[in-house]
Structures are given as C-alpha cells and as structure tokens.
Design a protein around this ligand. Structure first.
Ligand code: ASP
Length: 331
C-alpha cells in the first residue's frame, strides 16, 4: 500500500461559489469519490486561501511539513489555487530535495460548474505521488493528465483546463488510464542539496517595458536584498539603465531574466550598450532559461541560505546555482 499525504491549501478546487477557498480538506477529498486502489491517503488541511494570498511564511511551513512527510516514506500531494502554483512547486523543488514524489495540483473549474476538473486532477496527482516510477523527478505539477517538472511548469492561460505548459522543454509525461507514463527525465536535479527560505528576505522582480527610464530602480536600492530584471528578448535593457543596474549589482545580486516566456538569456550575441554582454560584464547574473518569477525564488532561497553576508553577496555561488539549471555541459 503506497502512502500519500494530501496538503490542501485552498484555491478553485475548494471554491464555494465565487469564494476561492471555502471547502475543508475533507470535502475536497470527498469530491474524488473512492480513493484510488492501493493508496492510503492522509489529509493535512493546511490553509484555506486563494493562492494569490499564500505568503512566504505559509510556504516555509509547508516545505517543513512536506519534508517531514516524505522523510517518513510518504508521497505528497499539495492541492492549491493555480494562480501561483508554479511558484509553490518550484519553491518546494528548492527546499525539499528528495527522491519521493511531491506533486502539486489544483483546478481551473469550480466544483459547482459543469466539467469541474478538480477530482480528475486530484486522482491523477495521487496516482503520480504513489508511483515508484515517478521517484527522482523532482517536484511535479500534474493537471489535465499532464506531468510537468516544477522548474518548467507555467500557467499559460487564464481559463483553459490545460493551462499548464512547460515552455522550452515540454511535459515529462502523462497520466493514461489512471497510470503515470514518464517519457522524459530532467538531466539534473533542480538542487543537489536543499535550500532554506527566510520569509524576511526581500527580492524584487522588475519587468521592463518600452520607454522604461528605470524610475522603479530607485525604489529597489534600499528596500530589497536582491533584484530580478525581466528584460527584453534574450536579456536586453534600454542603454540608460545599464549604469543604475551596474551600481545596484555592486550592492545586491541582480539577476538578468527574459520577459519573453521561453528560451534562455544569451551571453555574447549582442554586445552594444544595454545588451546581455554589456549587462553581464557589469555584474549581472544570467537567469538562463529560468522564468523571472522562478529566478526570483531561486535568488530568494539562495540569499536565505548563506549567499549573503556582512561583506556583500556570494556572486560565484549565485551564478553557479543558476548555471546548474542552464543545460550547458551536459551533452
Ligand atoms: N484564484 C484561484 C487561486 O489561485 C485560481 C485557481 O485556483 O485556479 O486560488
């Protein structure tokens, strides 16, 4: 008998009418009907909030409980709103390095609507969490019968039940006739050893847009411990922003990500003012293929785990953690 602990956090899957978090964990599980055969389910009614209201305190506490659960030999399924699901999943991937399957799922259609997808997603997530063949894949996102790696998973549509995609990579597999089928495995684990999460660390995410003059950068300097810039294209900013970003990078880590939604930042294809080459030579750290919101979480967890000290920040360690996920040197 496989053991799986289900943590319910709220979201549409537990909605009553328009309120995205009213049902108890027991009611959410009851939507399944029968528990899948061969799976012993334990419930942790963890939070009841829309996922937009989850805090770093909630997620640090969740990671601790999930770690303890999997250390005791149980798989874990986290059930929450889809709005921030990719961030929770990636954070768990950074904080809980384990062979045991950890799966995050939710729903796009409320339980009271025709075609509600919560029960099917929950059943598929339980099947994945209970399957020994899904061990060692890192944290997984399971919705619409697709199995995605947390580091790639992205909510790409406001209403579609197949909203999750894995830009630049594709799903690792699917759930077919109730059984997980894994077709691909990530080349490296997201982390070799777990990071910690200090909720008091502050990392800003700044998405640039046409005509940006960098006024918001002034707000970052004294308030944040790190910054992720979601830049244009493969990592480009208006020329006038290079100097303020370089000045910031002498004090706090500044990570260069792309706002495009897929593909890696470049390093030396463009070399003029505001190019990726220019920025990296002014101390910015490339996010590689990591989406801006996930780059922010990796930087947050690194800063929580000793990458910042009284003498400044540990740039080589931060660069190495991002480079670990860029796929280079694995061919
Ligand atoms: N607003 C909901 C949430 O993220 C959406 C969902 O669950 O899909 O909590």
């Amino acid at each position: 008998m496989a053991r799986v602990t289900v943590f319910t956090l709220g979201g549409t899957i537990s909605a009553r009418g328009g309120d995205a978090a009213r049902m108890t964990g027991t009611e959410v599980l009851a939507g399944l009907g029968l528990t899948p055969e061969g799976v012993e389910v334990e419930l942790r009614d963890f939070r009841r909030v829309p996922s937009s209201s989850l805090s770093f305190e909630d997620l640090a506490a969740l990671a601790e409980e999930v770690r303890a659960t999997v250390a005791a030999g149980s798989g874990a399924v986290v059930v929450q709103g889809t709005d921030t699901l990719e961030e929770t999943a990636f954070l768990l991937d950074l904080l809980c390095t384990t062979e045991e399957p950890i799966v995050v799922t939710g729903a796009m259609r409320r339980p009271d609507l025709p075609g509600a997808d919560g029960p099917a997603n929950l059943a598929a997530a339980l099947a994945v969490a209970a399957d020994p063949g899904c061990r060692g894949l890192g944290v997984l996102v399971v919705l619409a019968d697709e199995i995605h790696a947390a580091r790639f998973a992205h909510k790409a549509h406001t209403t579609s039940v197949a909203t999750f995609t894995s830009p630049g990579a594709g799903p690792l597999g699917a759930v077919v006739e109730g059984e997980p089928r894994i077709l691909l495995r990530p080349a490296v684990p997201t982390r070799l050893c777990p990071l910690t999460l200090d909720p008091s660390v502050r990392v800003a995410l700044l998405t640039l847009s046409l005509g940006d003059r960098g006024e918001l950068l002034d707000a970052v300097a004294d308030r944040y411990d790190g910054l992720v810039v979601a830049a244009f294209g493969a990592g480009h900013v208006p020329a006038g922003l290079v100097e303020p970003l370089a000045a910031l990078a002498t004090r706090i880590p500044v990570v260069l990500a792309s706002r495009t939604g897929a593909g890696a930042t470049l390093s030396h294809t463009y070399r003029g003012p505001g190019s990726e080459y220019d920025l990296l030579h002014h101390g910015l750290v490339p996010a590689g293929p990591l989406a801006p919101a996930k780059a922010r979480l990796l930087l947050h967890a690194l800063l929580s785990s000793g990458a910042k000290g009284p003498a400044g920040y540990d740039r080589p360690r931060i660069s190495a953690a991002f480079a670990h996920l860029d796929g280079a040197g694995l061919a």
